[in-house]
Design a protein around this ligand. Structure first.
Ligand code: ATP
Ligand code: FE2
Length: 329
């Protein structure tokens, strides 16, 4: 008889989305979420944490009720321990510690970036890809080697999502700007050159953002949105392509909230076709921040014994993915 897989409850709340899910080895059993959307301006860490604290009870109640209906017995509680906004991380960690103690199950601290990768590998069934991880705060090209996800290239300043959101706010678009810029860019008539900054395997977006803001003084918003996307995405695709060539790997996995962008997917796809590589991206719901990615990575960690004591569960706002010992591969 097949042994029943363990179920893990995962809680995500590093920035804008408070989200919880229960997964086992074969599926996402239950999920619930509440997202914080600032009325004006960008994300404020303390306001986001206040949102998470206010909605925590409801989100946890909902996910546990849905899990119960599906006979899920929780074997561990996983939470995103970092990177992210300190106040948000501390709110989520407090809830996770309390749940782990009251249910008398192990506590697992998951690296948020690694979780974006592992959910994609799971849902796309791809074993050993080069990963382009693009979100608000992070932009990295990674791949697994000898017990760690190594970073081949990354942003030298801000993440691509933050760059898009900053430009969007300046142009009068409500946060988050990324999806709105994608829509507006579809109506563009021409491309204008903007700073294309790739240094070695790293890239930078702040000069591009400033130049795009300045361009609004003399060019239509549609054309600037289009040119911003084409320039930034070409930088990301160039570095991803070089990582593919260097590692000799054959698959690309897209991860993180900016992965929802159709133009970015199209550009990656074209590059993959040119190199006879395969392109993978999970459903958009699993590229943005979500509880299932924390629960699933928690399950992998549980099965490889990577659990935490409450004393060792302090949050890590600057936790990098290449610091994580990958015990499950
Ligand atoms: P991380 O901590 O991993 O940096 P995050 O808090 O930024 O995560 P995500 O949900 O991974 O959260 O990514 C959010 C970002 O994705 C925002 O900057 C948003 O503008 C961007 N984004 C969402 N949809 C699109 C899109 N269609 N095109 C471009 N950017 C998008
Ligand atoms: Fe994220």
């Amino acid at each position: 008889m097949r042994r029943k897989s363990k179920c893990v409850l995962g809680i995500e709340g590093t920035a804008w989305n408070l989200s919880a899910a229960i997964v086992d080895q074969s599926r996402v059993i239950a999920s619930a979420e509440s997202s914080y959307h600032p009325v004006e301006g960008g994300l404020h860490p303390r306001a986001a944490a206040q949102h998470h604290a206010t909605h925590m009870e409801q989100v946890i109640h909902d996910v546990l009720a849905k899990g119960k209906k599906n006979n899920a017995k929780i074997s561990a509680v996983a939470f995103s321990i970092g990177p992210g906004f300190g106040p948000c991380l501390r709110t989520v960690a407090t809830a996770a510690r309390a749940l782990s103690l009251s249910m008398n199950v192990p506590l697992i601290g998951v690296n948020h970036c690694i979780a974006h990768i592992e959910i994609g590998r799971w849902l796309c069934n791809v074993a050993d890809p080069v990963i382009l991880y693009v979100s608000g705060a992070n932009s990295q090209v990674l791949s697994y080697r000898n017990g760690k996800y190594r970073i081949f290239g990354e942003t030298l300043d801000i993440g691509i999502g933050n760059a898009l959101d900053k430009f969007g706010r300046y142009a009068g678009l409500q946060h988050p700007g990324g999806p709105k810029i994608e829509e507006i860019a579809r109506k563009a008539k021409c491309y204008m050159p903007l700073p294309y900054v790739v240094k070695g395997m790293d890239f930078s977006f702040s000069g591009l953002t400033t130049a795009a803001k300045d361009a609004l003084a003399h060019a239509p918003l549609e054309d600037v949105c289009h040119s911003f996307q084409e320039t930034a995405f070409a930088m990301l695709v160039e570095v991803t392509e070089r990582a593919l060539a260097h590692t000799g790997k054959k698959d690309i996995l897209l991860a993180g909230g900016v992965g929802a962008n159709s133009r970015l997917m199209e550009m990656l796809n074209t590059m993959c076709q040119d190199r006879s590589a395969k392109f993978f991206a999970p459903d958009k719901a699993y590229m943005k921040d979500n509880g299932a990615m924390i629960a699933y990575t928690g399950l992998l960690m549980l099965e490889s014994g990577a659990v935490l004591s409450v004393e060792d569960s302090a949050v890590r706002p600057n936790y990098r993915p290449d610091e994580v010992e990958v015990t499950w591969r």
